[in-house]
Design a protein around this ligand. Sequence first.
Ligand SMILES: Cc1ncc(COP(=O)(O)O)c(C=O)c1O
Length: 504
Amino acid sequence: MEALAVRMPVEHTRPPATSHQSAPMLDALDAYLDAGTISFSTPGHKSGRLIDDELRRLLGDPLFRADVWLNTSRHDTALRAAERLAADAWGAGEAFFTVNGSSSGNQAVLLALLGPGDKVIVARDAHMSVLSGLILTGAEPVFVSPTLHPEQLMSTGVTPASIETALAQHPDAKLVVLTSPTYHGVASDLPAIVAAAHARQVPVMVDEAWGAHFPFHQSLPIHAMAAGADVAVVSLHKTLPTISQGAMIVTQGNRIDRGRFKSSVRMTQTTSRCLPILASIDSARRQVALHGWGLLELTLALAALTRRRLQETPGIVLIDETSLGIPASRFDPTRLVIDTGSLGLNGYQVESILREEFGIAPELSDGRGIVCVVTVGDTRASLDALVDALTAIATRPSQRSALRPRVAARSVGDAIAQGELSMLPRDAFFARSRSVPLPTAIGCIAAEPIIPYPPGIPVLVPGERICWNKLLYLAQIAASGAICAGAADPRLLTIRVVDETVGS
Ligand SMILES: Cc1ncc(COP(=O)(O)O)c(C=O)c1O
């Protein structure tokens, strides 16, 4: 078995300015529990007393004891202290914890920075929460398509030149919104894009949901704050040891209106924030600020070893910076993107074999393959199990089935390009709509987003008129049995369109 070479941690990529030993949210929770407080407040389970036995067995007593509401001033003081420490660890000016993932973070940022009719330059590979932010604000998007790899049909990020062109064509744009890294671990050239936007005094927001670990190791792509972005939204729960939904907004500089920012964050969050989630964000900050470099050094070594072993397995094709033709500095090597086409199996089939026969769950599967996320929580044993399972699948000729032909890159490129925006996303979303069979939707205005995987980039956003290119591509997608995110009918037999007969 190949030995794992781990260098000893020698330095933090950016030594934190503050001591990160403390965790204020954990301290406040500890003090509350120590005091033996009898609560007549929410939550109704009263420290777990009313909890069903089976649930208690599955989740454990401590979780329910920790699900409490501190006195408001203690909660706010602890939260502010925890957010200050997180801002320091991320090299930001301010941080705001969110308990509904980056989804609510994206909505909060758009609500803070955009108003009805404001133009916003948006990289087309935007998450659904960015699209819902456009609906909330009534802003007018100008979409910039990411470059697509011609064979892998994966986004290789938006180029600085395409953002510069959009800024030159729309000098009244109020904000640039990027997704970096993508689901598949590809980062855009953030420093160059930020420089182009700042040259025109336009702030940049980065949906960095998948890059919470980036600040803590120099072998990972540069993170948004280090690249000079004004705002970034990070899902700690995706790549760091945080309970699901734990995420954060980080900001810096003076291009954003702080007052409106703070109210937008409050308005998009529950008023009953789950203390275990907040405490887990705080504790993950402490872990990565103190030990992030070493933990990631080990994770990167494990990921590299896994990559090498998989590359030696016939039939397993790994997508990485070399196959995508991008610099290594723009690829997150902890992301294992595996093309399963050479096995004669699509990603859905491989996922179901992995789950049912090997008890292994990839992060994502699609028509092309699977994506596995390697994080600081992985071990040599977990990754060996993955390699062994994939090797077993690869050497099983009986599992092979005919794959449907792939769609040409040209048609995907045409399908994800911005179509004619006949209505603002907000107006289309709130307009009277009807469901029509997909083949009859030509010329109609989409009332819902349609986001097929791969490449996970919207083909339609609400307000776009459905042209032949988009319709033909969606028909191919529907025929392949793919599931479309965002659609009321994910199998795309029907599609929700604006009812233009109303009032005519
Ligand atoms: C690019 C991107 N942004 C935002 C999100 C939403 O993150 P969360 O699950 O933390 O709400 C996701 C979720 O996968 C994502 O891929």
